[in-house]
Write a protein that binds this ligand. Structure first.
Ligand code: ZN
Length: 693
């Protein structure tokens, strides 16, 4: 302890400026009892400090209302002791509370506060997590009591932030139809929510009332968070970290449970992804692509809203925890440790090199639109309709080390600059607003290259179907129906090859002046335009009539199960087409190491340097049918050869650092190019390249 005090006195941390500390998060959850004394709190905080944790989430005190007055007072006192002890070590404390989960006893005392099945009016119950009862987030009495209690708790404990968990509508998409929700729904949409199990509205995506109800649920979650910020956090007079919990944005469970990151980020200042292992039992190592794609979405949301990304993985072993850490930081996220970092030493290296991880900005020429509007209202909640097409693209680009940023509907609406992103890819972005439509046309006319697929622009922003593509001029064709099956592909658009396409296909009639770059031919020899190119203004647009992302997407490998068959040719087609479309205008490029190393390039403008992350995933691809190991031990192949990274600016010096070796390896830097010998890489490394001649 003396050594710690000496070390702290030596490097007195600068006084906190606003919320700068949320860009340096190393998080862990800390369970402590209601009777926690000051001495015990001190020991706990010292242990956290030594393990590099600077962001402690409280655990064991989630219930704000379903708790006796005595227990509440004891929770306040224990938490105050914990916060005071943590603050002495410069550790921030974020209170982890539940919003809508409650107990049967509490529900019995407050029957009017519950979520109710909109069809039957019955009280909602969720059988998972040991069985929970649910409070309605729109209930005014609940909100008053909850906000008041939260304000009291935060004032008296001195916490530095809150993570409000379980802002969701359960057990299914029929919740909530309580009288307050019905009134709010009518006020906001002018529509009447039906009653009775026989109503044709339920689950019917062709019905605008149903789609509006789904959007209403997500918006209500966002409203709850925004009101909590206004009525609680803004009254504290100190900056507060603010986050919620989401376990999958690039799936359809989020919207099904009424959750949307873009609604959450109306008021949050940290984008949080719970990389859940139970709901989606993917091996983190053998299915790293799936998590990469997911985290890239949060990165895009973080970029759009100007907030950092935090990820919680659930590794089973310390070895796997180390890989998860490396995967997370390679994706530009901060890590919430699941396993005890004091025992695993997970944060030891990061703590010594924390500047490397502060505000990394993605360096990319390619923007990949994630259309939450399409996810939320298009056709139905089936992953194959939209999200897996997007995931397939994100995975394919990641595996080929093509640098890209995910962008949101709102980024497109505001207008993307072709000089920043010369290529914009919008995989099956079906549901577009009028503002997005106008902005996309401007982007192409202004010199951007645009790529879209399948049902692009064929629905309005609320999921209402249009008769034709709203952007037929970008598609270069008119819509004429849909077929599905297996097709031979004729022609290699811009040199990208795909022999067979399997899946749904839009039948399109090319416009005058549009070129058909390749054809899909069915078993009877009937030919359909497959890839169409159309020039518009100073730019060009390429349209693929099928969902090759869906065809090539990796659906994840599960522990102890056979490794799935994967259409690598489809994934390669997407990467090759992307590279061809951006060729000649790229400012960043990675060559070498493809299939062996995940390479992600960041800039830290304030530090005048680039940081290139390299993650060794060479052993993650198995043969189809080969059993994915049950034990969670990532394998790191010895590599040879080199990766050459071309950066947007000339660099003067470059060096490789890693948690796997001491010191640093000097790298060859010439002009804009940095060479990285892959034999230096074990699990993970970062190349630091200083800007300058
Ligand atoms: Zn309700």
């Amino acid at each position: 302890e003396k050594a710690v005090k000496a070390k702290m006195a030596e490097s007195e941390p600068p006084p906190p400026k606003g919320l700068n500390w949320i860009w340096r998060i190393r998080a862990w959850w800390v369970r402590y009892p209601r009777g926690l004394t000051k001495e015990e709190a001190h020991k706990l905080a010292l242990r956290l400090y030594l393990s590099g944790v600077n962001f402690a989430l409280t655990e064991g005190h989630r219930q704000m209302l379903a708790i006796s007055p005595e227990d509440y007072e004891a929770s306040v006192e224990a938490t105050r002791n914990f916060v005071e002890a943590c603050h002495k070590f410069g550790i921030k404390v974020v209170h982890h509370a539940t919003a809508c989960f409650t107990t049967e006893e509490f529900i019995k005392a407050h029957p009017d506060w519950t979520q109710r099945d909109a069809r039957t009016g019955e009280i909602c119950f969720f059988p998972h997590y040991g069985g929970v009862w649910l409070i309605c987030l729109n209930n005014p009495d609940f909100r008053r009591a909850y906000f008041e209690r939260m304000l009291d708790f935060l004032k008296r404990t001195g916490c530095d932030g809150i993570m409000v968990d379980e802002v969701e509508w359960l057990p299914d998409w029929f919740s909530c139809g309580c009288k307050f929700c019905r009134e709010k729904f009518k006020r906001e949409t002018g529509l009447e929510l039906p009653t009775g199990e026989d109503s044709p509205v339920w689950g019917n995506f062709k019905d605008p009332v149903w789609r509006q109800f789904l959007l209403f649920r997500m918006r209500s979650g966002g409203d709850f968070y925004a009101d909590l910020k206004r009525q609680v956090l803004d009254k504290l007079g100190r900056p507060m970290a603010y986050l919620g919990c989401l376990a999958g944005a690039t799936g359809t469970w989020g919207p099904r449970w009424g959750m949307s990151e873009e609604q959450f980020l109306r008021s949050h200042n940290i984008a949080f992804y719970e990389a859940e292992a139970s709901g989606r039992p993917f091996s983190y190592f053998y299915a790293w692509q799936r998590h990469f794609a997911e985290i890239k979405y949060y990165r895009g949301a973080g970029r759009s809203f100007g907030v950092p990304v935090l990820v919680l993985f659930y590794p089973l072993t310390f070895d796997e925890a180390r890989f998860c850490w490396a995967l997370g930081v390679t994706c530009g996220a901060h890590i919430w440790a699941y396993r005890d970092p004091a025992e695993s030493g997970l944060f030891d290296w990061e703590m010594e090199h924390e500047d490397l991880f502060v505000k990394p900005e993605e360096v990319a020429d390619v923007a990949l639109l994630f259309s939450a509007r399409t996810r939320d209202t298009y056709r139905g909640y089936n992953d194959e309709f939209y999200v897996l097409e997007w995931v397939g693209w994100a995975e394919a680009l990641g595996e080929a080390n093509v640098q890209f940023s995910a962008v949101l509907d709102r980024d497109v609406e505001r207008g993307l600059d072709p000089r920043e992103f010369p290529l914009l890819i919008a995989p099956n972005a079906a549901c577009l607003s009028e503002a997005e439509i106008a902005a996309l046309r401007r982007y192409v006319e202004g010199g951007g290259t645009f790529l879209s697929t399948f049902d692009f622009s064929r629905y309005d922003e609320t999921g209402g179907e249009r008769e034709d593509f709203a952007l037929a001029d970008l598609v270069g064709a008119r819509y004429g129906g849909e077929v599905s099956g297996e097709f031979a592909v004729e022609g290699s658009p811009l040199g990208a090859r795909l022999d067979t396409y399997r899946g749904p296909l839009c039948i399109v009639r090319p416009l005058d002046g549009a070129e058909v770059l390749s054809w899909a031919v069915d078993k009877r020899g009937k030919r359909f335009p497959f890839v169409v190119r159309h020039r518009l203004g100073r730019g060009a647009s390429v349209y693929i009539a099928g969902k090759v992302g869906l065809q090539g997407c990796f659906r994840g490998a599960q522990r102890g199960r056979p490794y799935p068959r994967r259409d690598h040719a489809a994934a390669k087609f997407l990467a090759d087409l992307t590279k061809a479309l951006v060729k000649g205008r790229e400012t960043v490029k990675v060559e070498g190491g493809e299939g062996e190393v995940l390479v992600v390039v960041y800039k830290q403008p304030e530090r005048g340097r680039y940081v290139v992350h390299l993650l060794n995933v060479a052993a993650s691809r198995l043969e189809p049918g080969e059993r994915v190991p049950e034990e969670s031990r990532p394998v790191y192949k010895r590599l040879s050869g080199r990766a050459v990274v071309t950066l947007p600016e000339p660099v003067s010096h470059a060096r490789l650092v890693s948690c796997d070796f001491e010191g640093e390896v000097p790298l060859r830097a010439e002009g804009r190019r940095v060479e990285i010998p892959l034999e230096s890489l074990r699990m993970w490394a970062a190349a630091i390249a200083d800007v300058g001649r």
